[in-house]
Design a protein around this ligand. Sequence first.
Ligand code: ATP
Ligand code: MG
Length: 649
Amino acid sequence: MSQALENLLSEDRKFEPEPEFIEKANGKMGIHEEAAADYLAFWQQQALSLISWDAEPTQVLDDSNPPFFKWFSDGRLNVSANCLDRHLDSHGDQVAYYWVGEPGETRTLTYRELHAEVCRFANGLKSLGVAEGDRVAIYMGMVPELPVAMLACARLGLVHSVVFGGFSSEALSSRILDADARVVITQDGAWRAGNVVPLKANADIALSNTPGVEHVVVLKRTDHGVEMTEGRDIWWHDLVEGQPEECEPVILGAEDPLYILYTSGTTGRPKGIVHTQGGYLTGIAATHHYVFDLKPDSDVYWCGADIGWVTGHSYIVYGPLANRTTSVMYEGAPNFPDLDRLWQIIEDYKVSIFYTAPTAIRTFMKWGDEHVIKHDLSSLRLIGTVGEPINPEAWIWYQKTIGGGRCPVVDTWWQTETGAIMITPLPGVVPTKPGSATIPFPGIFADVVDDAGESVPLGGGGYLVLTKPWPAMARTIYGDDQRFVDTYWSRFPDRYFPGDGAKRDEDGYFWLLGRVDDIMLVSGHNISTTEVESALVSHVSVAEAAVVGRRDDLTGQAIAAFVTLRAGVEGDEALLQALRDHVSQTLGPIAKPKSIVFTDDLPKTRSGKIMRRLLQDISEQRQLGDVTTLANETVVQEIAAKSSVSTED
Ligand code: ATP
Ligand code: MG
């Protein structure tokens, strides 16, 4: 990173926490220091106190073959027994999930009921002749049977690969083939925004070129008719019919695989990330416990992600259930039937902890406060965010409007590959600053380095790296160890490189700057897309912004911005000029966008992340790259049409 970037980054647009808070927090920093003093002892203690083992591990970390690290490798356990069985004696009647269907019906599942459903389904799977280690693809919507299917796989030592229900047949078949799945679990259709997504029909298309699949289990959720293939397809209700409500969990080694999950595809072809049993469960149980300050007897927790992403795996299914949490699970779209659906649910269930993504927060801002404030959200005590850098403006709106000004915000940085939250405040312990994910979780070690891998002094920016292994880390990319080494462990030897840029301020707080591939080089200055986007979003008229560096003969790269406006604002020439001036004032003239295109929406992955690389392709008039995870294709055409007539000076 150049000096120019450092100058730019150190521009003081930070929000200082109140001094009393820092004072209060300083006394409690103990857990970070304790973990730093002996991180292996810290993780061993988490593993032994949060997890039930059938054979307790004696070895914590095996680093004999880096980067293929192993954790707790002589430990033995079953993840589904940890999530269910061990809670039954004293808390069997506690609610595990309050489920809300999109059309309006509800279901309540206690731990005892969930356990029974998992056992019946696991027994059903056994009757199909599956064997430990077999891969099972799960292509479902947000229904209780999705965690049931995952936990049944975990119970039997089957490796699940959940494919987000919003994906196309093509995305499904490539994931089935990549993991060589023998079984596919799906449903007739899933409710989304008042329509039925025909999952089984999509799966049928995918299955036409996946000869390895022997069985397809189909849950009946809607009245959507489906075709069943004789000898291959079986209804869920027929499979579980007459099955006993007990099923002995298979005791597995800590390092046996638990699941494969593909990354979001924001930066290119998705990677099949492999997570294992013991280290993963330890990492997510510990982070879920501390980051959300979880009180299992009284909290009602709601993670609004889809289970098809890692956030759902770790913080809707495995982490919350391991910690005996009562969760809300919602099936459908946030704007169905009205724009206040989520706030209605929070009010109805008295949700105390809410976890969502910046893309959702910016959308709620755009929809307007009136949909929020008509509901009583006073039950909330903690709110979180994950998925992208959160613009300070959106952070403050979230804290004030959703959090009522009283809830701490936990901005959690992590990835599919890290399995668990890595950089995050701990509520009441680490003072927050809007837009900063603050500091690494206890027992996690991060640094910011320059091109040569040298640590950058506080106040500077560079590449984010994790400097020590951690329990929930990915073990490999499925079937491609070399890609695992090349992608994450080659850029900086002995350190994990997540692909993100970051800066650290004088307090040692981390500020995520987006993907390093997205960092722009304008007239010799490195400029972060995230910072320019946050500057744009801090303007009253702007709801959301995406920025890319477009090839420019004069300056190397020129900043091209794509902006969506808040409800009721008209995008005209005067606003365009005002936005350019606003960025110039906020970050300096060098960061001023050369072109700004107003658009109704931005190209996003199906998990809601802005796909800057497509905007760059458009800006440089190239063929679009991998679009298999793109959510909104028409938006790309709309932007492409507008870009060719965009204003410039
Ligand atoms: P792909 O790896 O296929 O390009 P992806 O990186 O979007 O897709 P995920 O694993 O879902 O796939 O996302 C992890 C990435 O999301 C992180 O590397 C980071 O860029 C971004 N991210 C997640 N949480 C935060 C956060 N709190 N602040 C900033 N960035 C975040
Ligand atoms: Mg990634």
